[in-house]
Design a protein around this ligand. Structure first.
Ligand SMILES: C[S@@+](CC[C@H](N)C(=O)[O-])C[C@H]1O[C@@H](n2cnc3c(N)ncnc32)[C@H](O)[C@@H]1O
Length: 317
């Protein structure tokens, strides 16, 4: 099974160029997945890579990479918001680059038992770390109004109220246990119209983001990365939907201008910019990449460079 799963790294050349790899420096791959970025970093420069992923499957691929790069590659299973703790454990205090490739990996989507996909019928799981409550547990308990708000805010779904009502109504007859059941319930709540995307797309996205606490993770992960970067260090982020991209963009501008673009981020005590933005507009995949890898089509890459001024969020304790 494991040897059959693949993930084509998105915007790989642009990410490697964006990191501006330098000999003997340390880079963090905050979302290891199947290790596409880590492998390329190690092959392109004689540097070290610290990789993080919360998914137990990633550890399997990391163990294999460790065999060929024992002294230059380290893997930590956990959340990227824990970056500071992981660096501390490795006695590394500053790094020259951090890359995030957000969202889910291809195997997470393609293995039906992971329960992320509305295209495959599997158990309603959706947990990246395979720990904590599943999507089935969540949908069994959640209150209708709360569910509608989650689907609206994290899925940008205008039919959120109708979908939440239908879910709560259907669960009173039968427990919702599979991705197929959920997809059908969502589809039947939405007026039929021609659309390029499956009507279940936005609701699945919203439940996944909520269950994995992806918004808080991203905000805390970006702060941890900014604190860890040395002057000139690169912060490289690939996002896949507008909610993520907006958080990344707001974060970059927050560190540049010290303005309150996001209500979620703490007010900054001083005015000196901690980041310089290198991509005024996000870099997008070219037509050829989208043709080869359809999943790259919504990717947006933003890159910033750490300045010599102190961190906007304080140093690690
Ligand atoms: C798009 S994939 C990365 C693919 C990788 N760049 C590659 O080339 O194989 C995203 C990965 O990030 C992981 N992930 C998402 N959020 C995370 C978080 N908060 N902490 C750690 N890992 C996370 C997922 O488990 C998934 O494996």
């Amino acid at each position: 099974m494991i040897d059959k799963v693949v993930h084509i790294p998105v915007l790989l050349d642009e990410v490697i160029t964006g990191l501006s790899l330098t000999k003997d420096e340390v880079y963090v791959d905050a979302t290891f997945g199947l290790g596409g970025y880590s492998k390329s970093i190690l092959n392109n420069q004689n540097c070290k890579v610290i990789a993080i992923d919360r998914d137990p499957l990633a550890k399997v691929f990391a163990d294999s990479l460790k065999k060929s790069h024992a002294d230059r590659f380290y893997f930590k299973k956990g959340r990227f918001s824990e970056l500071g703790k992981f660096l501390n454990e490795l006695k590394i205090y500053k790094v020259a680059g951090v890359v995030f490739d957000l969202g889910v990996s291809s195997p997470q989507l393609d293995i039906k038992d992971r329960g992320f996909s509305f295209k495959l019928n599997g158990p309603l799981d959706m947990r990246m770390s395979s720990e904590g409550p599943t999507a089935e547990d969540f949908l069994d308990q959640v209150e209708e109004n709360t569910l509608a708000n989650i689907i609206y805010e994290l899925g940008d779904e205008v039919y959120s109220r109708r979908i939440a009502k239908n879910i709560v109504n259907q669960r009173s007859f039968n427990k919702i246990k599979t991705t197929g059941q959920l997809a059908d319930i969502v589809r039947s709540a939405i007026p039929k119209k021609k659309s390029r995307i499956d009507p279940a797309t936005k609701t699945f996205q919203a439940i996944r983001i909520y269950l994995n606490d992806e918004i808080k993770e991203l905000e805390e992960g970006l702060i941890a990365a900014e604190k860890a970067l040395k002057p000139e260090g690169r912060l490289v982020v690939v996002s896949f939907h507008s909610i993520e991209d907006k958080i990344v963009k707001n974060f970059f501008y927050k560190c540049l201008r010290n303005t309150s673009l996001s209500r979620h981020l703490p007010e900054l005590p001083e005015k000196k910019p901690s980041l310089e933005i290198l991509t005024k507009k996000p870099i997008l995949p070219c037509a050829k990449e989208i043709y080869i890898n359809k999943r790259s089509r919504s990717a947006k890459l933003r890159i910033a460079k750490r300045t010599r001024f102190s961190s906007s969020f304080g140093e690690f304790a």
